[in-house]
Design a binder for this molecule. Structure first.
Ligand SMILES: Nc1ncnc2c1ncn2[C@@H]1O[C@H](COP(=O)(O)OP(=O)(O)O)[C@@H](O)[C@H]1O
Ligand SMILES: [Mg+2]
Length: 256
């Protein structure tokens, strides 16, 4: 999937959030987005799965503006792992298949779901012991921990076998121990060489990204200054060239 942001601008009220943003993500390339809180990272991601549309400019997929596609067509090929995991009432299988297109549902045997879950964590097989994927989870069933819920949501994104994966602060609401477990799941999800946009507070999440885009807050840019501070070809290059990236990395004790 070829993704192109072309002169994209987004405003909330009279505040510029994204200003004339252009970049390309070629098929198979994973891009890490780095920037301070409020710089517009999540907005970039929301545009791609059409939770919103830009005020001007356009996002193109395979050369065609997103607005020319049906929303379902786009969502079929994009998996999103976001900060808040939203479990539905129902069993584990229903929770995992929730985002899969109707026509694709029959093509996913339980064995494929287990393959995904086992690669993410051994703990879910233990937890679902007995009724397996028929185990009721969520509000009216077996209570899963926050981390296990988030892993179910990662499986939900992966079971579609999406061409493009979006990860946006997927561990931000978890405690440190749980974060490590979920982080391993995300590393697994990202290790398959598919296109991705990775937004992560913890820069180590992006260590295998092919490209790093450093985004500034519009309010911190000069009128003619581009909002994208830098596009780098590796985290190491970002560390060497981008003051913003290096400062964040040093705060985290991360050295790519
Ligand atoms: N629905 C909204 N209405 C008004 N302002 C919003 C809305 N969503 C986000 N914002 C503002 O837009 C800015 C950028 O948000 P966001 O893309 O979430 O940044 P980031 O993910 O980099 O922290 C923030 O200042 C945020 O307060
Ligand atoms: Mg965000």
């Amino acid at each position: 999937m070829l993704v192109e942001y072309k002169n994209v601008s987004v405003r909330y009220g009279c505040t510029d959030i994204l200003r004339d943003i252009s970049f390309t993500i070629e098929p198979g390339v994973s891009v890490g987005i780095v920037g301070r809180s409020g710089s517009g990272k999540s907005t970039l991601a929301r545009l791609l799965f059409r939770a919103m549309d830009p005020d001007s400019g356009a996002v193109h997929i395979n050369g065609i503006p997103l607005s020319h596609y049906q929303k379902n067509t786009v969502l079929r090929h994009i998996g999103a792992i976001l900060q808040r995991s939203d479990m539905i009432s129902g069993n584990a299988r229903e929770n995992i298949m929730f985002a899969t297109h109707k026509e694709d549902l029959d093509n996913v045997p339980d064995s494929s779901i287990w393959n995904i879950l086992d690669a993410l964590t051994p703990s879910l097989r233990e937890r679902l012991n007995g009724h397996g994927l028929d185990t009721l989870v969520g509000k009216h069933g077996l209570q899963l921990s926050d981390g296990q819920q988030q892993l179910i949501c990662i499986a939900r994104a992966l079971v579609k076998n999406p061409e493009f994966l979006i990860v946006d602060e997927a561990t931000a609401s978890l405690d440190a121990e749980t974060e490590m477990m979920v982080q391993q799941g995300i590393d697994t999800a990202l290790s398959r060489g598919r296109s991705a946009m990775v937004i992560a507070h913890r820069l180590s999440t992006q260590r295998n990204c092919d490209r790093i885009i450093v985004l500034k807050k519009v309010s911190e840019c000069e009128p003619e200054e581009p909002q994208i501070e830098m596009i780098c070809n590796s985290p190491r290059e970002a560390y060497e060239l981008s003051p913003t990236y290096r400062r964040l990395a040093q705060l985290q004790g991360f050295r790519p």
